[in-house]
Design a protein around this ligand. Sequence first.
Ligand code: NAP
Length: 527
Amino acid sequence: MLDAIPTANLIAGQPHASGSRTLRATNPATREQLPEHFTEATSADVDAAVEHAHKAWLRFRKTSGQQRAALLRGIADEIEALGEQLIDRAVAESGLPAGRITGERGRTCGQLRAFADLVEEGSWVDATIDKALPDRQPAPRADLRKMLIAMGPVAVFTASNFPLAFSTAGGDTSAALAAGCPVIVKAHPSHLGTNALVAGAIQRAVEKVNLPAGIFSSIQGGNTVGVRLVQHPKLAAVGFTGSYAGGTALMKMAAARPVPIPVYAEMGSVNPVFVLSRKLAADGPGVAAMLAGSVCLGAGQFCTNPGLIFVERSDAATAFIGAVREAFAEQASSTMLNEDIVEAYRQNVGRAGKSKGVELDYQAAASQPKWSGEPTMAITDGKTFLANPKLQDEVFGPYTLLVECADAAQMQAIAEQLHGQLTATVIGTDVELVAASLLCETLTHRVGRLLFNGVPTGVEVCPAMHHGGPFPAASSPMYTSVGVDAIQRFVRPICYQNAPESLLPSELRTGNPLGIWRRVNGGMVRG
Ligand code: NAP
């Protein structure tokens, strides 16, 4: 028999259910509420979670890489041990197919283990030593030693569209725990049961490695809970994945605190794709099928969804547009994550369709009784696009706007006006890609990831990935929320000057007891 899903807030290993208000999750495929009533956190619960986290941090920040690696691997093991109950619950709460959720579980556990390997090896702290030069003229140099250290308790706002990989034990949580920062998760109201199961797995892993329970809490509730969390004086940073409105609201709130803290928000992006003329003429149907598949994947609910496609007007472009239309007609409508998202999708598509100079060129019939997102392609010309910045707004769902540019100069002018993006893609033959160096150079300064001859959906989890970009794609262009470099969001440098050896952390001690890579007097050494 399956264990019942806990409905209380989990604060430092203890259930807290004193609040009078409750939340329920809804199955978007059936539009039925799921049975559990999840108790909203009270203000006292939020405060308790942060206080416990802060107290736990005093010990957690001193743990070794091996201890934190054991914790992260333990969390992955506990998540896998949840078996089909987790898969079934995440499917019921998201409307996503079981295969997708199973893949997401693999990605989540893979991320946790990748962070475990990183902190076990240890060189990520970027230890840098410039030894004293007592005889230097005209003034001696002091002994200076620098490394990265954990910032403190981190609040994680989980994403609706990745109930596992960007949620309770997702990239933000694993990065923060790897760094030595306790985590307080604000559960997404769409997948409260999935959150409760994963939170329980994290709690069991914390107990097994004998770390303080306060390093992890999970709280439920609406905006007031999130606001109190971000405003708590002992919170050190925020990780967020979601809307532009949500991300910027949290950024403003964090900046207005007496002591401002960083918010690492990954927000909307429309991921422009530029299809160059020769490629379009050579393989229009192939490119059209690839793009339509990417736009409609997972009901278009990816931050890397290609929401803008640019072509240069020509006969081949007209044929290509026909091929895109046909490729869209082959895409199925699928269930969207929740009622708000499906409503926002319909409103945004309606607004786009009413914009001057924009036409809804293809829209799948709305025939299904569920909350499905109908694949939609709109079309406009380059002049209209340049005149209306609102056409750059994200339409979260299986939608793209195809823009016919008058010529290459107009395409270039558009690239120069693009808002900050997670990605941009250029599709062309080898020869025309080389010739498009100015376009590519322009895009380089608009995005976090520039792709060639592919689609932006499908974000590899590896050290070379950068999933972020200039505002408004992300709050800071410096940081990634995917891959092990995501740890850098939750640490800060500390420099010790002339510190006694016994007061230095192991990473900076003479003799390098941990055997990590360090930059000593300008050169990388391990000895
Ligand atoms: P969201 O509305 O931004 O909410 C994400 C989380 O932030 C939720 O826990 C939400 O709590 C909280 N939040 C939002 N605004 C807040 C505020 N002013 N104060 C305190 N907490 C706040 O995102 P979503 O629910 O995941 O999806 C809605 C839209 O976000 C989509 O339609 C899409 O446009 C966009 N989206 C983008 C991405 C991406 O990766 N870029 C991913 C998913 C969604 P409450 O729910 O309690 O308000």
